[in-house]
Structures are given as C-alpha cells and as structure tokens.
Design a protein around this ligand. Structure first.
Ligand SMILES: [Mn+2]
Length: 347
C-alpha cells in the first residue's frame, strides 16, 4: 500500500481532537467490514474520552452482533438518533463511498453542519461530499485502511498494542470477512496488519469460530436448496440465483443470513460471474455480484443494476416497476442482463 498522506492524517487528528461528539456511520445492510470498522473507531475514541455514537441505516445482522456488542450500535430511527447525530461536530463515514449509500439517513447526513470524513476502499468515492477523504482501493477493507490510519495517530504511535483489545479484534474481524478469510483482495499490507494484530493479542481462533461456525442450521439448508434447485449457469459462465420470498419464508431467512451464498458458484470452473438476486421484505430487489479475475463485477453492477463496488465484488438493485413489472420477474431479468454484459463487455 502507498503511504498515507501526512497532511491528511494531521487534519484527521485535528478534527478528532477538536470535536466533542462524533457520529460514526456505515452503509445499509452492514457487513463485517462496516460493523468492524465503526466499532473499532468507536472503541478507540471512547478510550480517549470522546463521546461517540454508531448508527447504521439498517440493523446489524445477529451473526455480526458480537463484533458490535461494546459499541452500542443502533439501527437508524429518526425518533432516537436524530438528536445525537444533529448535535455531532464530526461525522465519520466508513466502508461506503457516497452519502446516498446511507439511504434512509442520506438527507439527515447531508443536512449536517459537522465536518465529514470518509474512510473507504470502494471505487469512485463522492469526494466532494466530504471535508476529508481517505479512499484507497489498494487495500483489503475499510478495517485495514482504518488500522493504518490509527497506527499513525500520535496516541498509538505505530504500536497496535495501544489499541483497545476489542478495537483490535473488530479490525481483524472486518478484514477477515471482507477478504473472505484471506481468499480475495489480500495485499502484503493485509498480512502485515493481521500479523501485527495477532502479536497485539487478538484471538483469531475465537474470532473465526464466532464468524463462521455459529450459523443457524437453516442457513446451511437454504444454501443447499439454492445451489441444488435454483442455480442456473449460462453458456457464457454466468451463474444466477433468485432468492424469492417463498424460499426466504421456508427457511426463515433473517437479515444477513444469505451473505456468502453468492460466492459459492465461483467454485465451479466455468463460472466467471455469479449473481444473486434477492427479494427484500419491503418488495425491493437487491443484487449481489461476484466475479473471477478478468471480469468486472463492478462494471456490470454500474451498467445494469444501479450499483457498483469493487472490481470482483459489487452490489446493486433491480427497480420495480422501472426495470421489471414485478419482483417475480427479477431473477430472469438479472440473468438476461448479466449474460448481455458478458456478451458485450467481457468477450
Ligand atoms: Mn468493505
């Protein structure tokens, strides 16, 4: 990773020193990196005696709640969160690249007079929306970027043992989930971070147990049904699955429980791009994309699904009724668009 700019680090430190109350926000449907990075920064700020609040646009999945347990993280609720957020003098946005990714919180965040800081690793950040931007793509995760930022803060002075232990563990957790446990987006700096956190006392075995071996049985059965009955692979190597309301009901699928499903078809040799289409409880339709090297999930998400993300991992949505007349048609639509994408852009 290229060195972080000294002037930016100094500006961040000044913002943090001068602020009384800090609000930390991440993206909708928070994943491990979103939860880990906000929690890590929250715990460090609290250890300095700062007042801080963590708020997500939507709730933290049960399977990740253990990371955020000390951060008193809340899902956004205008009744309880507006006052805290409006009275903050610093806003830090982690693991997302533009305020519209905070969906229900977007208008509130835009209206803030507080200084706004971005710490993120997605492509194409909306830099003009922030007073200070740390945006890198030569890095595994927001947690990794935050780790190296924190190491440069004078209070830490490059010594990871000066992080609160739960903060160090949260950084390791977010990096681990965003790299799919070191399976993708691993840079030399990623392994160095892991090494320094291990040396600082993070219990990685306990972390892996909590991240990967405590799912409900239903989740694994759901994966079974989806892979057996709902996976369609096109001649061009597009794997598509549609997780509709009926299947979600059958397995009582809860928030975050289908995370990871989209990665599974990539294990098949001829699959180049994997697309998971998911009908949400409110009738909206979300799309997750994963690709093998040489195929851009990001470009496909931007061109066809109103989204974006990283080269090999991206997300978006299918709009009802603009894109399809009803959610039931979303699976076929996604398969068709992804196939067209492969035909036009990746041939
Ligand atoms: Mn991330």
């Amino acid at each position: 990773m290229e060195k972080l700019e000294r002037t930016k680090l100094e500006t961040l430190h000044r913002f943090l020193t001068e602020s009384r109350r800090v609000t930390l926000v991440s993206h909708i449907h928070p994943d491990g990196d979103a939860v880990g990075s906000t929690t890590a920064l929250y715990l460090w700020l609290r250890s300095l005696g700062k007042e801080a609040h963590v708020c997500f646009p939507t709730r933290v999945p049960d399977s990740l709640a253990f990371i955020a347990q000390d951060a008193e993280a809340r899902a956004y609720d205008p009744g309880c969160c507006d006052a805290d957020i409006l009275s903050s003098d610093l806003l830090v946005c982690l693991d997302f690249n533009a305020l519209n990714r905070a969906e229900g919180m977007e208008t509130l965040l835009r209206s803030l007079s507080a200084k706004k800081v971005l710490i993120d690793h997605h492509l194409a950040p909306a830099e003009d929306e922030f007073d200070l931007c740390f945006s890198r793509t030569d890095i595994s995760s927001a947690c990794e970027l935050l780790f190296y930022i924190l190491m440069e803060m004078p209070e830490i002075g490059g010594d990871a043992r000066r992080l609160p232990p739960a903060s160090a563990a949260a950084l390791m957790a977010g990096m681990t989930t965003d790299t799919n446990n070191f399976a993708n987006s691993v840079f030399p700096s990623t392994l160095e971070m892991a090494s320094r956190l291990l040396a600082a006392g993070v219990d990685r075995d306990a972390l892996l147990e909590a991240l990967y071996n405590r799912y409900r049985e239903n989740r694994i059965r759901l994966f079974g049904e989806m892979l057996k009955d709902r996976l369609v692979i096109s001649p061009r190597g597009v794997a598509c699955m549609f997780l509709d309301e009926a299947v979600k009901r059958r397995w009582d699928v809860r928030e975050g429980e289908s995370d990871g499903l989209v990665n599974q078809p990539l294990a098949i040799d001829r699959v180049k791009l994997s697309v998971l289409v998911k009908e949400e409880d409110d009738g909206s339709v979300r799309v997750s994309l994963r690709s093998k090297r040489g195929v851009s999930a990001n470009r496909c998400a931007r061109l066809y699904f109103h989204g974006g993300g990283h080269e090999q991992a991206a997300g978006g949505k299918i709009l009802v009724p603009q894109d399809v007349p009803a959610a039931a048609a979303a699976g076929d639509f996604a398969a068709r668009m992804a196939e067209q994408y492969m035909e036009l852009y990746e041939s």
